[in-house]
Design a protein around this ligand. Structure first.
Ligand code: 2AL
Length: 168
C-alpha cells in the first residue's frame, strides 16, 4: 500500500493495518493517526519513534513488556503474533536444541528478574548464536542502559514491519 492510501484510511483501518508495527501496541498507531498526512514512509516512522521517545520511562518499559520472550512460552503455545512468529522462526528460535532452549529460558528469566522487563532484540537482524551472546552480555547492564537499548531494538523491528506494509 502506498503512503497516500495509508493517509486516506479511516482511523479503524489505519489501526488495523499498523496495529502491530510495535508489538501489541496498537495505541501507538492510534496516537499518530491525527498527525496525517505523512509525506512519506520516513515521516510516518519518525512520528512513531517520536511518540515512543516522548513516553515516560515507565511507558518505555511498558512497550518492552508487550514483547514476547524469544523462544518463550508464546512460541511454545502458538500464541505469538504473525509478525513475531515469522521473525523468531527466521532467527531459528523454533529450532533450538534442548541445551540452547534451556540456556535461552534461563537467561531470559535472569534478565527479567534483574531488569524488570524482557530482553528485546531485532530478530530479523540477528541469528541464534548472536541472540544468545547478546542476551548473556546484556544481562549485566544497568536498567536505564537496557531500557534505551531495548527501545532502539523496538524501532528496528518497527522499521522492518513498516517496510513490509507500506511502499516507499
Ligand atoms: C522479538 C520479537 O517478537 N520479534 C523480534 O524481532 N524480537 N522479541 C524479543 N523479545 O526480542
Amino acid at each position: 500500500m502506498d503512503i497516500d492510501t495509508v493517509n486516506a484510511l479511516p482511523y479503524e483501518d489505519f489501526v488495523d493495518l499498523l496495529g502491530n508495527v510495535v508489538e501489541r501496541c496498537p495505541l501507538i498507531p492510534a496516537a499518530v493517526w491525527s498527525g496525517r498526512p505523512f509525506s512519506n514512509l520516513t515521516a510516518l516512522e519518525a512520528a512513531i519513534s517520536g511518540f515512543i521517545d516522548a513516553l515516560p520511562e515507565a511507558g518505555k518499559e511498558g512497550v518492552l513488556r508487550c514483547h514476547p520472550d524469544l523462544a518463550g512460552r508464546d512460541l511454545q503455545s502458538g500464541s505469538l503474533t504473525r509478525e513475531s512468529r515469522e521473525e523468531q522462526a527466521g532467527a531459528g528460535m523454533h529450532a533450538l536444541d534442548s541445551a540452547e532452549a534451556s540456556r535461552m529460558a534461563l537467561l531470559n528469566e535472569d534478565y527479567k528478574q534483574r531488569l524488570g522487563f524482557p530482553f528485546v532484540i531485532c530478530a530479523r537482524m540477528s541469528d541464534k548464536a548472536n541472540i544468545l551472546r547478546e542476551l548473556s552480555a546484556r544481562c549485566r547492564n544497568e536498567r536505564a542502559e537496557e531500557r534505551a537499548r531495548g527501545i532502539e531494538e523496538v524501532k528496528k523491528i518497527c522499521h522492518l514491519r513498516l517496510q513490509a506494509l507500506v511502499l516507499h
